[in-house]
Design a protein around this ligand. Sequence first.
Ligand SMILES: Nc1nc2c(c(=O)[nH]1)N[C@H]1C(S)=C(S)[C@@H](COP(=O)(O)OP(=O)(O)OC[C@H]3O[C@@H](n4cnc5c(=O)[nH]c(N)nc54)[C@H](O)[C@@H]3O)O[C@H]1N2
Ligand SMILES: Nc1nc2c(c(=O)[nH]1)N[C@H]1C(S)=C(S)[C@@H](COP(=O)(O)OP(=O)(O)OC[C@H]3O[C@@H](n4cnc5c(=O)[nH]c(N)nc54)[C@H](O)[C@@H]3O)O[C@H]1N2
Ligand code: SF4
Ligand SMILES: [Mo]
Length: 704
Amino acid sequence: MATPLATAPADTHCPYCALQCAMTLTPTVDPAPGTTPVTVTGRAFPTNRGGLCAKGWTSAELLASGQRLTAPLLKQADGTFVEASWEHALDTVAAGVRSAQERHGSDAVAVFGGGGLTNEKAYQLGKFARVALGTSRIDYNGRFCMSSAAAAGNRAFGVDRGLPFPVSDLDTADTILLLGSNVAATMPPFIGHLSGARSRAGLVVVDPRRSATARLTEDGGGTHLQPAPGTDLALLLGLTHLVIAEGLADTAYLADRTSGYDAVRRSVSAWWPERTAATTGVPVELLRSTARRLAGDSVYILTGRGVEQHVDGTDTATAAINLALVLGLVGREGSGYGTLTGQGNGQGGREHGQKADQLPGYRSIRDPEARAHVASVWGVDPESLPGAGLPAVALLGELGGSVHCLLVHGSNVVVSAPDADAVRAGLAELDTLVVCDFFLSETAALADVVLPVTQWAEEEGTMTSLEGRVLRRRRALAAPDGVRSELWILSELARRLDAPSTWSTEPAEVFDELARASAGGVADYSGLSHALLDTGVEAYWPFPVGSAGTPRLFADRFGHADGRARLVAVTPDPARTDVTDRGGELTLVTGRYLQQYQSGTQTRRVRELDDARPEARLEIHPATASRLGIGEGAVVAVGNARGTVRARATVTADIRHDTVFLPFHYAGEQCANLLTEAAVDPVSSMPEFKRTRVWVRPDGAIDA
Ligand SMILES: Nc1nc2c(c(=O)[nH]1)N[C@H]1C(S)=C(S)[C@@H](COP(=O)(O)OP(=O)(O)OC[C@H]3O[C@@H](n4cnc5c(=O)[nH]c(N)nc54)[C@H](O)[C@@H]3O)O[C@H]1N2
Ligand SMILES: Nc1nc2c(c(=O)[nH]1)N[C@H]1C(S)=C(S)[C@@H](COP(=O)(O)OP(=O)(O)OC[C@H]3O[C@@H](n4cnc5c(=O)[nH]c(N)nc54)[C@H](O)[C@@H]3O)O[C@H]1N2
Ligand code: SF4
Ligand SMILES: [Mo]
């Protein structure tokens, strides 16, 4: 079991989402075996103001979980695991890497990372792939999460920092347009920042479901727009059309600070209100009142996964940015546009080299100058660095094809990747699958080698929150015997693979190297160190040497060389806006429960959370349910050509007639990703998690 390091409390942040609520861990004196070795209290901090959600409050329970892995596991010929020494397990991994590369070349070994890793681990993993493995094949679950919003932000602003302003700026807003985000469940303390807009009847929530967040508008606090899934692009074009037609565009701002307005003006001309209403299902009056409201004083537009996880997610996020630019919101005091980053280090995870085409500091791996700079920090020849690899879905598609060995750090792909059955089949084709985790996740269960790693309260490091603020994660406990840090694992593997460069196991040293590697990049951390962060400095990037950081980006200029933001004309694919009947087929959207986190590896092991949400429920409208002969609580089959999910029905008028909802937190026959398709956005390569055609029928065969 993890044991307290000292009796002094440690100030740190929650292990889960990107709000990174501040908490204090107070070690328990002589904890009884199996009991939580620290108590968690919320700490005053601008994002959470002392509050935590149910996941945060219960986060320490997993530290003492009896299900924790405490020794490396090796798969035997009969499919069972046997515990092994670290020496033997690491030798086995190194042998698997060498054998795959000798037979099939460097790219036969791939790495899959995660947005939950600290900056230090994410950086080291990217370096390990390029320098120790010499493979281009690295990508991560942020591709499933932030890639469309990131691509749109880069295209429009030349910078991708999820929120280019502190969360607390929202407090004084008159109007907040929240598209495809259910913060009341996914970041509960965040809703405190919506109360100003709600008190002024200015919260506008766009969601095909009457989600917990949509319900916040019902006390007179605002408006819920309920479009058909995947029609947000049309909705945004329609709103932009109205803003322009009603003379509400900020033409002075457009002239001073942007380029591309004319093309956007032309492209929205065809999206008159009646057409937009027919396509989206949002009534004309609501379109008009929303457009007028958006032209008010203090206005923010925010997007979440509901509008981004689509094959046109980059264009939809772009349309939201265009609307914000036409209204003159971005960089104006008291207004703005942003996307709500999801994973704890979803922001930092995409800045320091886990992405197939990126080097640390948000640099392009295709840029010769960036390659030279990073290679000099690593002490290697720039020529030795591989080029761009494959984005996550394509990478997973190569398992058993050109990829023969895979190392997974911080993702549970057989539950969370689209078309999960195909991913499972690909993993089975590998010669060597290595998974680092603290539990035997569904993906770890398929591995040849499982390596047990430290949890958040047992490690030092940094996380970059949804505000682009770099925060310190602090160690409160010694890890259980048998568990190792990922920095140690990577250094041991690098040594076994005769890798060049140095491989520190000290997070503060790795951070210093990361800071040097990021110098001059878009996400420049070079002025930061653990010691500086420990002084409590508010560290928003960019934070070059000698800077005080930048809480509000874009006040004077955007990231492109000419300092201007770019409006990019985007139009929906006609096949997506087709409103003809689909012969009884329904659209499945997927999302989240408050009490479960992601693939559920962690939260399904916390009793209080799992008791609250023990299973996936299919949300279905009463009229649709009665047409199909489905009653409340009945077990239904939800299927399509890829697979079938079995779950109980929740019959609720909170969802559209043509739409059903499943959470994606569960495995086995409750795994929503058995149904989703591995179709991706052409710009970002983000998969379509939020719009899947399915049939639904009663399933009497399954024992309820
Ligand atoms: N409890 C909990 N909190 C979490 C997480 C978790 O797993 N559990 N994960 C974290 C992570 S990594 C992320 S990325 C964030 C995600 O946070 P959110 O973006 O809030 O999460 P989702 O529930 O995936 O999707 C939000 C909403 O989009 C709606 N939606 C679906 N399709 C569409 C559509 O076509 N258009 C529109 N407008 N809306 C649509 C869904 O009905 C849902 O209510 O949450 C973070 N916080
Ligand atoms: N249908 C559908 N699918 C989705 C989504 C959706 O909305 N709908 N959302 C997508 C999104 S936004 C995301 S972010 C992904 C998330 O899905 P996953 O990538 O599966 O993320 P997690 O479940 O957080 O998996 C993290 C795993 O790593 C372990 N872990 C946590 N921290 C560490 C660490 O520091 N080191 C190591 N080695 N392991 C660690 C955990 O125990 C867990 O097993 O799912 C995506 N999949
Ligand atoms: S909102 Fe996110 S960061 Fe805050 S306590 Fe809940 S899971 Fe943790
Ligand atoms: Mo995410």
